[in-house]
Design a protein around this ligand. Structure first.
Ligand SMILES: *[C@@H]1O[C@H](CO)[C@@H](O)[C@H](O)[C@H]1NC(C)=O
Ligand SMILES: *[C@@H]1O[C@H](CO)[C@@H](O)[C@H](O)[C@H]1NC(C)=O
Ligand SMILES: *[C@@H]1O[C@H](CO)[C@@H](O)[C@H](O)[C@H]1NC(C)=O
Ligand SMILES: *[C@@H]1O[C@H](CO)[C@@H](O)[C@H](O)[C@H]1NC(C)=O
Length: 514
């Protein structure tokens, strides 16, 4: 009996204990849009100045997700997205965008208003790609939601801020056929944005947020209105300790006819974190959130049979022919200056003292509520003046790295790297600690702890044997202001301060989470 009971309880857990916990993904996946194609779910999110942009994740149970592609392979809207010529595009690029699948042409469409500009359309024959840029609409579809009408195959986009509009696209979905204002938010509701667009039982629904603590649903029998509105949630209790109120995001219907709402929670410095809850429909045909003790549940039954997928946690040895879709560059990379296969080789691309203008800095989202990244760095190819290492990157940053000054290699910790509120550089930071190292290879580690009460500490350490780590420098207090929108990332960089020609090899990147 004693021998068998652990086995029995494990079995019982896996059969009966089919509960998932929120957040479903403890990482910065903002402005979430979720769709289903047959029995497969896809999710996309905002990435602003990160490239490639608009990651696509795949799931079979709405809880476990894996990165499979990016809808925007390169931010090809001008040189500022390359971080060249003194230009930068921080907090521009991809904002609340949308995607959907059109059965009739077997095509996936992604579209988004590129900040301050027009609407870009990318398409792919499969969610896995290849994605390519297919069209530009001169209107900005601010905070867009794409509907492919299941009955007519017409494509519509709901968009706008407070004064909401619907556009009908041309039959190929690549240009605008018509657009019309359909709803103006009354003053007692105020700002509404973040549109998603659905059709259910012959009715059209525009799903909008009152940032950042309310969600409304507009319903009409025609896409052009007139729409009636209903509040779905306001100041609902959050399932993330220390986080904001679930809002925005989108709805999805399972193959079993059950609806779910994937919202996100502002949880800076981590970013905007997706949370899931089941939905029912009231007698007026409006959605209702299934709460737990009046709040958004910390846990609910699994929507579908659990299917565990590749976790972001683990070691990347950069042994395939391209970077995995977990990785995004700070602005577009110079592709001739990096390679993967035998580790990640980063050649210097920029001569600068400023991490924020250094090209070919590559990043991974931190994982909440606490995570640690470790790189194994071969620094033997660094030139005089070069700086390479591992940063906690946001508008207030810090890093641990290696420098070669006059032939002596030192490991250094730099803190106080910061931007102004217009995202120009305020400070390139200062060296807190430095110590001489030899041997050409080092382990560099950064930890991010954003648990409530933790003091939001980012800490750094290094090792020369991969076993014993020495805490180094001081802590970065991670900024929890929302204005930068993107959450903190672990970022690997190599830049020159004197002249180009140096290189490093990142042999491994390991991510762990608490
Ligand atoms: C969805 O399922 C149908 C029926 O099995 C199949 O014909 C179709 O190709 C599937 N669509 C996709 C995108 O897999
Ligand atoms: C790449 O590395 C991973 C982890 O070390 C390993 O599991 C995988 O088999 C490797 N793939 C190739 C193509 O060598
Ligand atoms: C480091 O800098 C010195 C110049 O100060 C240079 O001679 C050397 O080649 C650089 N790189 C290495 C690997 O020592
Ligand atoms: C950004 O802000 C800084 C400091 O507030 C100011 O010196 C600089 O001129 C501003 N840059 C732009 C482009 O507005």
């Amino acid at each position: 009996m004693l021998l068998f009971s652990p086995v029995l309880s494990l079995l019982a857990l896996s059969v009966v204990g089919q509960q998932f916990t929120n957040p479903v993904l403890w990482e910065d996946l903002a402005d979430t849009d979720v769709i289903r194609v047959n029995d497969t779910y896809y999710l996309t999110s905002s990435t602003m100045h990160y490239s490639p942009g608009a990651p696509i994740l795949r799931s079979y149970d709405l809880v476990n997700w894996e990165y499979i592609s990016h809808a925007v392979p390169r931010l090809d809207w001008g040189s500022k997205y390359d971080l060249t010529g003194g230009q930068r595009a921080y907090v521009e690029g991809i904002w609340a965008s949308t995607f959907n699948y059109r059965k009739s042409s077997r095509t996936y469409y992604w579209l988004g208003c590129i900040r301050g500009s027009n609407t870009q359309i990318y398409t792919a024959p499969a969610a896995e790609g290849p994605w390519s840029r297919k069209g530009t609409i001169s209107n900005c579809y601010y905070d867009a939601g794409l509907l492919v009408d299941p009955d007519t195959d017409i494509m519509y986009v709901a968009y706008g801020n407070t004064q909401l509009s619907v556009a009908q696209l041309s039959s190929d979905g690549l240009s605008q056929a018509r657009t019309q204002n359909v709803f103006n938010s009354p003053s007692n509701i105020g700002t509404l944005e973040g549109s998603r667009f659905y059709k259910r039982n012959g009715n059209y629904y525009i799903f909008v947020t009152k940032p950042a603590n309310g969600q409304y649903v507009l319903k009409a029998s025609s896409p052009w209105g007139p729409y009636t509105s209903k509040q779905l949630l306001f100041n609902i209790q959050t399932p993330i300790a220390g986080g904001g109120i679930p809002h925005q995001g989108g709805l999805v219907e399972t193959q079993n006819g059950v609806w779910y709402y994937m919202a996100f929670v502002d949880s800076y410095p981590g970013g905007r974190i997706p949370v899931l809850a089941p939905i029912t429909w009231d007698s007026d045909g409006f959605p209702v959130i299934q709460t737990v003790n009046g709040g958004w549940g910390a846990s609910y039954p699994y929507p579908l049979p659990k299917r565990v997928l590749e976790s972001p946690v683990g070691t990347d040895t950069f042994n395939s022919t391209s970077l995995s879709h977990h990785w995004e560059w700070n602005h577009n990379p110079e592709i001739s200056k990096f390679s993967v296969g035998a580790g990640l080789k980063l050649e210097t691309v920029t001569v600068t003292n400023d991490l924020y203008v250094a090209r070919n800095t590559v990043s991974r989202r931190i994982l909440g509520p606490a995570s640690t990244a470790t790189i194994v760095l071969d620094y033997s190819g660094m030139k005089q003046g070069d700086r390479a290492g591992l940063a906690l990157l946001r508008d207030q940053s810090a890093w641990i790295g290696i420098k070669n000054d006059s032939g002596t290699f030192r490991v250094i910790m730099v803190n106080g790297v910061a931007m102004n509120s217009n995202w120009s550089t305020r400070s390139t930071g200062s060296e807190v600690s430095a110590t001489t190292v030899t041997g050409g290879k080092i382990w560099l580690r950064a930890s991010a702890d954003i648990r409530p009460g933790s003091g939001r500490q980012g800490r750094f350490s290094y090792s020369t044997d991969g076993k014993t780590f020495t805490t180094f420098g001081n802590a970065l207090v991670m900024n929890n202001d929302w204005h930068f929108f993107m959450g903190y990332r672990f970022a690997v960089f190599n830049y020159a301060t004197t002249s180009l020609g140096g290189e490093v090899i990142v042999e491994e990147f390991t991510l762990t989470a608490a």
